[in-house]
Write a protein that binds this ligand. Structure first.
Ligand code: C2E
Ligand code: CA
Ligand code: CA
Ligand code: CA
Length: 278
């Protein structure tokens, strides 16, 4: 065969092969991960910059496979979305995190506490999604105001009207809706125009180089100011240094999340480190 014909195959190299093999391997083990109780949640503190205390947590999925070890969510969630498993996995996340938040809240009802849960676009396609959430809130007796659902532009890209409808239903319940990874999508600004959110999460990529990069400082400053003008809660993600904390604090950002305030940890550790009064 000629060289020209051979060229298209040249990118199908060893590297891609390995990736495909890895995906297949992950996918075959993921099928039973829920049943074998290999999935769990970690909780990362959400820090109020004004009150200087932890006021909630983001639930983050963890998979420990006996065969493969710890697999990060960035590697298996897209697979689960691809094969439809994300519905069952997403329901597990909702049950577990809502039950946990209700428990933490009942330990001290006067202490504000909210849990933020990541929602995949596929979960948001279900017309009964808001009913499902309403049922979980009453099952575990968690006030709707203690629940925040984080969505990305993937949710909004699909069926605009359905997304708008479900967001409206959830907000009518009192559930907060957060626009995750803000600033990284194709048209984040148009989403702010079309949908009503409660919270805006500034993506880590803006925060990481705040100290070094004047442009990132200006962008972060502008996003915080805009969020506040729109009366949204603003959360800065990926805060790792005191200087980053000082900057977002000075700009009157509402909340910080990042290794500086705490890494994602299992429920028991979270309770010990952030919720026990002694
Ligand atoms: P995300 O929603 O943007 O979550 C934040 C990610 O940033 C988490 O990664 C968290 O561990 C990490 N992070 C937090 N603070 C810092 C920091 O200061 N520095 C750095 N370098 N990283 C920080 P994680 O847990 O690996 O999750 C990755 C992504 O997987 C999440 O990004 C989210 O998109 C997805 N994900 C996680 N759990 C779930 C889930 O239950 N359902 C769905 N649909 N997606 C999930
Ligand atoms: Ca998130
Ligand atoms: Ca994010
Ligand atoms: Ca992300």
């Amino acid at each position: 065969i000629s060289k020209a014909e051979a060229t298209p195959y040249s990118f199908f190299n060893k590297h891609t092969q390995t990736n495909i093999e890895r995906r297949c391997l992950l996918e075959s083990h993921l099928v039973d991960a829920l049943k074998h109780q290999e999935l769990s949640l970690h909780y990362q503190p959400l820090f109020s910059l004004q009150h200087k205390r932890v006021i909630g947590a983001e639930a983050l999925l963890r998979w420990h496979s006996p065969q493969l070890g710890d697999v990060p969510p960035d590697q298996f969630i897209s697979l689960a979305e691809h094969n439809g498993q994300i519905i069952a996995i997403g329901n597990f996340v909702l049950h577990t995190a809502i039950e946990q938040a209700a428990k933490w809240r009942s330990q001290d009802p006067s202490r504000p506490f909210r849990v933020a849960i990541n929602i995949s676009p596929l979960q948001f396609r279900d017309t009964d999604f808001a009913d499902y959430i309403a049922n979980l809130l009453s099952l575990y007796r968690l006030p709707a105001s203690s629940l925040e659902l984080e969505i990305t532009e993937g949710v909004l890209l699909q069926d605009e009207q359905l997304a708008q409808h479900i967001i409206g239903q959830l907000q009518a319940l009192g559930v907060r809706i957060s626009l995750d990874d803000f600033g990284t999508g194709y048209s984040s600004l148009s989403y702010l125009q079309k949908y009503s959110f409660d919270t805006l999460k500034i993506d880590r990529c803006f925060i990481t180089n705040l100290e070094k990069n004047e442009q990132d400082r200006e962008l972060t400053r502008a996003i915080i100011a805009m969020g506040k003008k729109l009366t949204l809660n603003v959360i800065a993600e990926g805060v790792e240094t005191q200087a980053q904390d000082a900057f977002i604090r000075q700009e009157e950002c509402d909340f910080g999340q990042g290794y500086l305030y705490g890494r994602p940890v299992d429920a028991q550790t979270f309770e010990r480190d952030y919720l026990s009064s002694d």
